[in-house]
Design a protein around this ligand. Structure first.
Ligand code: NAP
Length: 255
């Protein structure tokens, strides 16, 4: 028996990047998966490539009516909803002094309010299914501040807090809620910003989307049944602490 046999999952922002890797890993682990995104052509093609275990649905996470339709689609296509992965996210760059109000609001609307709306929309279906697992994709930027990413950092800290509030509230329904905190992962989003340096990453490399997918499969499965309201970090050691220069390599001075 596979780890996610019999589970139905909805993954947002799943047409590409980390969301696509999560959807693929879940389907490979036996789940039926709703691939939700605003990129309709990419999302449709990706769902077809996965096969009969996947369907595509258009979902802009800022729109409550889209959420309602997406949850209904999951129930219609596969009979229920057990897992929600709130993955869709955007980045905006700029120092606070120069950050446009519109960029601030847009970032919070997608990254934080989108997660709130998703949790809210999924509760009735998960309750009917006898419980479920909600996985919110935050970031290393939900654990640490970063210059030039004020709205993104605020949204990702918000996701971490909302996860804990939701976990407390939904435990009585058997619905677990956890946050995942990826570091630098090689995707279109991370490659669009300033060139990322691996100097501050103890494992000295970027992560791959599949490495986040593997963690999410665990959180979606019953293997993680005693975990809720928790933070799961997948960042090559980046948030473990600061690397002290001169003591960070294999040179004699560092030994
Ligand atoms: P990505 O490659 O840009 O993929 C994100 C997907 O979400 C895109 O298809 C995007 O479509 C879609 N999306 C944007 N706004 C949406 C909306 N309103 N409703 C539904 N879908 C929407 O990003 P990624 O790197 O895979 O990131 C996925 C998640 O991981 C995000 O929450 C991100 O903050 C988080 N994360 C990423 C990294 C990293 O290094 N990559 C690190 C930490 C956390 P568009 O192309 O139209 O925007």
């Amino acid at each position: 028996m596979s780890r996610l046999d019999g589970k139905v999952a909805l993954v947002t922002g799943a047409a590409r990047g980390i969301g696509a890797a999560i959807a693929k890993a879940m389907a490979e682990a036996g789940a039926n998966v709703l691939i939700a995104d605003v990129l309709d052509d990419e999302g449709q093609a990706f769902a077809e490539a996965i096969g009969s275990a996947a369907r595509y649905v258009h979902l802009d996470v800022t729109k409550p009516t889209d959420w309602q339709k997406a949850v209904e689609s999951a129930v219609q296509a596969f009979g229920k909803l057990n897992v929600l992965v709130n993955n869709a996210g955007i980045s905006t760059y700029g120092l606070i002094e120069h950050l446009d109000d519109h960029d601030w609001e847009k970032t919070l609307a997608v990254n934080l309010s989108g997660v709130f709306r998703g949790i809210k929309a999924a509760i009735p279906a998960m309750r009917s299914a006898g419980g479920g697992s909600i996985v919110n994709i935050s970031s290393a930027a939900g654990m640490l501040g970063y210059t030039g990413l004020p709205a993104y950092v605020a949204s990702k800290f918000g996701v971490r807090g909302l996860t804990k509030a939701a976990a407390l509230e939904l435990a009585r329904d058997g619905i677990r809620v956890n946050s995942v905190h990826p570091g630098f992962i090689r995707t279109p989003l991370s490659m669009a910003g300033p060139a990322p340096s691996t100097d501050a990453i103890p494992l000295r490399r970027m992560g791959e989307p599949a490495e986040v997918g593997n963690l999410v499969v665990y959180l979606a499965s019953d293997e993680s049944a005693f975990s809720t309201g928790s933070e799961f970090i997948v960042d090559g050691g980046q948030t473990a602490g600061a690397i002290v220069w001169g003591f960070d390599d294999d040179s004699d001075a560092a030994r």
